[in-house]
Structure formats: structure tokens, C-alpha cells
Design a protein around this ligand. Structure first.
Ligand code: NDP
Length: 308
């Protein structure tokens, strides 16, 4: 089987060596090298080349190297070409670590203490036990559920929100637009782990912030266009929100001088909440290629009607 990889070449070389050792029947070509294009059955890419079906007439699968597929123009791809996003344990673990770090940091008021430190101010505030801190996670998929498992283990009072009903031990689950208000009213620390779709674009806006308890905090680790940046700044200014941990922005990177760079209540990270890990990701990719060869359903196939 021949596959073409089009992303960071260094990772491609690692994957090439790994496949040679573990699955020598699979030939991975690193773009722009493609081998015989007529033989290529799968493309693994962050951004596919234009005209992929002309380039690769026998293409059967398009894999994203990342956890989302929102970077693909799904409408421009052949409608019957399966698009598969990356689900792999290394990526999930990275997100669990980031969300745990961010929630603990906000729970323990760390942005405020870092600000105080810069002011040379020694001032203690009340410490709330985790059991009295209500944390709400938007998006109860691979990443949201894994993050909640850790937050539940830490003793937080946890809730979640998804499009369709979910049941997660120790988590109060809400779903759909009708129940969004009830979920938000519960969320003193709101974590966004939603995919970017037409519905979630701009969702983190003033209307939503106003439904959170006053003084709530935000962790945004979904995708940049979900957040209305001006509305966040206003919510921080008014005290409706007290702090935010922001990993994804629109655009990325933010331009020099953008208010997020130096805002005392914002922690900004450069889209590093989680990254595809070479070894566990190639093992996950191989498992999906084997599923394809056996005619089994693929893990992480995008439902184009939902957009994720
Ligand atoms: P999944 O597809 O497994 O889960 C998505 C979840 O979002 C599901 O629970 C789904 O509901 C819910 N959802 C989608 N649309 C809506 C909606 N309109 N209203 C309510 N809930 C909705 O995705 P993952 O957990 O694997 O990843 C989530 C996102 O995290 C990625 O798409 C990506 O944007 C982001 N990400 C960010 C990274 C970073 O470094 N910052 C790294 C990796 C991912 P339902 O359960 O009903 O289907």
C-alpha cells in the first residue's frame, strides 16, 4: 500500500522509519515525492494539495495529522472521500495536562498572584476547596471526556455540554442549545474543547459570558474563531470574567501589540495545548490503515453533515 505524507518533513521521516520496521508492506512517501501517483491510496496531511483526485486518481482516504479537520475545505473535497482526524493517546494526554494545568491555575487564582508579584504585593485571598469549584467543559468528545476524568479525580464539581446526550461518571451532563444556559450558569471555570464548525464559530461571545456566574474564568483550547476577542476583553474589563487561559487565537500568531499579549488577566500560549506525538500517532494511523484493509469502520472519520 502506498501513502503520501504532506506535513512537517522531520515527522515524515520518523514515520517512514517506523513503518519500515513495523509495517514494511506500507510505503510512505514524503511530499513532494509521491512514488507512482496511480498507486497512492491514502494522503496524510495538514493541508492537502489542490486537485488531489487528479493528482492521485485512486485516492481512498484523507487523514488529518491533527485532532481537527477544520483546516480542510470539506466542500472542495470529493464528497465520497473519507476524511479522518487524528485520535491518538499522546495527543489526548497532552490536552489532559493542559486543561488540568489551566483549571488548577485559575482555581488557585494564579493570574492574580502573578500580577500581585509584579506589583510586589503580598496579599492572600481565600482558598476554595476543589469540591466547591464548579468546572464546565464544552465538548464531550475524545478530549473533553479525558480532561473531565482527571478533573473529577481532582475533586472538582464537574459538568459537561455536548450536542447530543452523553453520560460520564461523576459529571453532570447537559446537551444542545436549550440546555446551554443551565450548563453555563453552573460553570465558574469554563473550558472550551469544541471543534470549529459553523455552529461553534463565535460561540464564546458576550451573550455566553453573561450567562456564566460573575467572576468566572475561561480556558479556550478549541479553535481561535470560536472566541470573540473584543467581547472577552470587555468581560474582563467589567469583571464578568476574572481571567482567561487562551491557547488558540484568530489569527495565529496574534499581531504585535494585540491586547492579549500583555493583559494581566490573560495567560496566552501559542497553540501548544496538545500536539500529535510521533510514535503514538503513527501507531494509530497504522491501526486505521489496517481497519481500512479489513473493511472495518475507521476511528475518527469526520461526519460531513455535522462538520466534525
Ligand atoms: P470530538 O469530535 O471527539 O468531540 C467534539 C465534541 O464537541 C463532542 O462532544 C460534540 O458533541 C461536541 N460538539 C460539537 N459541536 C457542538 C455543538 N454545536 N454544540 C454542542 N456540542 C458540540 O473532538 P475532540 O475531543 O477530539 O477535539 C475537540 C477539539 O479540540 C478539536 O476539534 C480541536 O478544535 C481542539 N483541539 C485543540 C488542540 C490544541 O492544541 N489547542 C489540540 C487538539 C484538539 P457530541 O458528543 O454530541 O457529538
Amino acid at each position: 500500500m502506498h501513502i503520501v505524507y504532506k506535513s512537517e518533513p522531520e515527522r515524515g521521516r520518523i514515520w517512514q522509519r517506523w513503518l519500515a520496521a513495523h509495517a514494511p508492506d506500507i510505503q510512505l512517501h514524503i511530499w513532494p515525492e509521491t512514488g507512482d501517483p496511480e498507486q497512492v491510496e491514502a494522503l496524510v496531511a495538514w493541508q492537502p494539495p489542490a486537485d488531489i483526485t487528479v493528482l492521485f486518481p485512486r485516492l481512498k482516504l484523507l487523514f488529518s495529522v491533527g485532532a481537527g479537520a477544520d483546516q480542510f475545505d470539506l466542500g472542495a473535497l470529493p464528497p465520497d472521500l473519507p476524511v479522518i482526524r487524528m485520535i491518538e493517546p499522546g495527543l489526548t494526554q497532552g490536552m489532559v495536562e493542559y486543561v488540568t494545568f489551566a483549571v488548577l491555575g485559575l482555581h488557585r487564582d494564579m493570574p492574580r498572584y502573578f500580577h500581585q508579584q509584579r506589583q510586589q504585593q503580598w496579599l492572600a485571598h481565600a482558598v476554595l476547596p476543589a469540591a466547591q469549584r464548579r468546572v464546565g467543559v464544552m465538548g464531550l468528545g475524545e478530549l473533553g471526556q479525558a480532561a473531565l476524568q482527571q478533573l473529577v479525580a481532582l475533586g472538582f464539581d464537574c459538568a459537561g455540554w455536548s450536542r447530543t446526550p452523553r453520560q460520564i461518571p461523576g459529571v453532570r451532563c447537559w446537551h444542545g442549545d436549550d440546555q446551554l444556559g443551565a450548563f453555563l450558569a453552573h460553570s465558574e471555570i469554563l473550558v472550551c474543547l469544541l471543534p470549529l464548525t459553523d455552529t461553534t464559530q463565535g460561540l464564546l461571545n458576550r451573550t455566553l459570558f453573561n450567562q456564566l456566574p460573575q467572576g468566572a474564568a475561561l480556558v479556550q483550547a478549541g479553535r481561535g474563531p470560536q472566541l470573540n476577542q473584543d467581547d472577552l476583553l470587555q468581560a474582563l474589563e467589567s469583571g464578568q470574567l476574572r481571567a482567561a487561559v487562551i491557547d488558540v487565537t484568530d489569527p495565529e500568531p496574534l499581531p504585535p501589540g494585540h491586547p492579549f499579549w500583555h493583559h494581566p488577566a490573560i495567560w496566552l500560549t501559542p497553540h501548544i495545548a496538545s500536539q500529535t506525538q510521533n510514535e503514538s500517532a503513527i501507531a494509530a494511523l497504522l491501526e486505521n490503515l489496517r481497519r481500512y484493509q479489513r473493511g472495518e469502520p475507521l476511528h475518527g472519520e469526520i461526519d460531513r453533515s455535522r462538520g466534525y
